[in-house]
Ligand binder design. Structure first.
Ligand SMILES: Nc1ncnc2c1ncn2[C@@H]1O[C@H](COP(=O)(O)OP(=O)(O)OP(=O)(O)O)[C@@H](O)[C@H]1O
Ligand SMILES: [Mg+2]
Length: 278
């Protein structure tokens, strides 16, 4: 039986990664807002490691909801911010079936409705009798490349029955694959390409990382400028690659007791990365 302390620790755990609100995230959020407002289906595709999943988690405020949704988890106190949650993030299993979609999504929806109702009640606002009203406005399905025709059909049915916005996230090519299913594709209202970070934005992101490494960020300084352009060249604006490279850089700086960044440090870090480098 979990203790109260254990439950509190679970509630208070820090987010998996510090989220940076990038221009690409803002574009993604706008796209989700539009799908939610118009109750359309939207397709979002972008390269592996571009930041699609993390953006979807941030938009849905998934850190608040994720560990509260499974049915058999012990009751966890609900933070008041849950009152504003209107989005669910669903990641189908690799071997997904229509039955799973049919069971799991309505179950999550019911729990979301209950949570919002309970928080509303705690705030002293009037609550409805009987089943709580529907609060789900947008369903985001990550790893949509895993969906087969039968599971897509189940999603379409769910979309048709509920007044929902639906966003499918996947790799480039998702839109071509789905265009082979006319009934599903005819409901698609928006397409969105999730882009890699631009060099200018990389500078902004790097500034934050420089601070985390305890270094002074001086892009006008030749040594820093050289290191920055090496990082931009190596990672090509890919968030995942950038994080992996920065972890190696931090290790090299620490092992060598260095207090400033150079292009040589970046090159040495790149050599430690086995895969994914260009
Ligand atoms: N906005 C962000 N702020 C901070 N870090 C980020 C951000 N976006 C992405 N990352 C970092 O990049 C990594 C990869 O991001 P994410 O898993 O969202 O990519 P993805 O596009 O979903 O990739 P895949 O197609 O392989 O699923 C994250 O684990 C995180 O470390
Ligand atoms: Mg992902």
């Amino acid at each position: 039986m979990p203790t109260h302390e254990m439950m509190q620790a679970q509630v208070c755990r820090p987010p998996l990664a510090e989220f940076i609100v990038t221009k690409e995230y803002k574009r993604f959020a706008e796209f989700c807002d539009a799908c939610r407002r118009e109750r359309y289906i939207g397709l979002c595709y972008g390269a592996a490691g571009a930041g699609k999943t993390l953006s979807a988690r941030h938009y849905a405020r998934w850190d608040l909801l994720e560990h509260r949704l499974p049915r058999n988890r012990p009751y966890l106190p609900l933070p008041p911010e849950i009152a504003g949650c209107r989005t669910l993030l669903y990641t189908p299993e690799v071997l997904n079936t229509p039955r799973q979609i049919k069971q799991e999504i309505p179950e999550m929806q019911l729990m979301l409705n209950r949570f919002v109702e309970e928080v509303t009640h705690q705030r002293g606002e009037p609550v409805s009798f009987g089943l709580p009203p529907n609060r789900l406005e947008l369903l985001i399905v990550d790893e949509a490349d895993r969906l087969k025709l039968s599971t897509l059909e189940q999603l379409r049915d769910l979309y048709d029955r509920n007044q929902l916005g639906l966003v499918l996230i996947g790799m480039p090519g998702l839109e071509k694959r789905l265009s082979r299913y006319p009934q599903f594709y005819s409901r698609v209202g928006f397409l969105h390409t999730f882009r890699l970070l631009s060099p200018t934005e990389m500078q902004f992101v790097l500034q934050q990382h420089w601070q985390e490494l305890g270094l002074a960020f001086k892009p006008d300084d030749f040594t820093d400028a050289e290191a920055i352009s090496a990082i931009i060249r190596i990672t090509g604006g890919n968030f995942r690659l950038l994080n992996r490279l920065l972890k190696q850089i931090a290790r090299i700086l620490q092992v060598n007791g260095l207090t400033f960044m150079t292009a040589e440090v970046v090159e040495a870090a790149r050599e430690c990365l086995v895969i994914g480098t260009r």
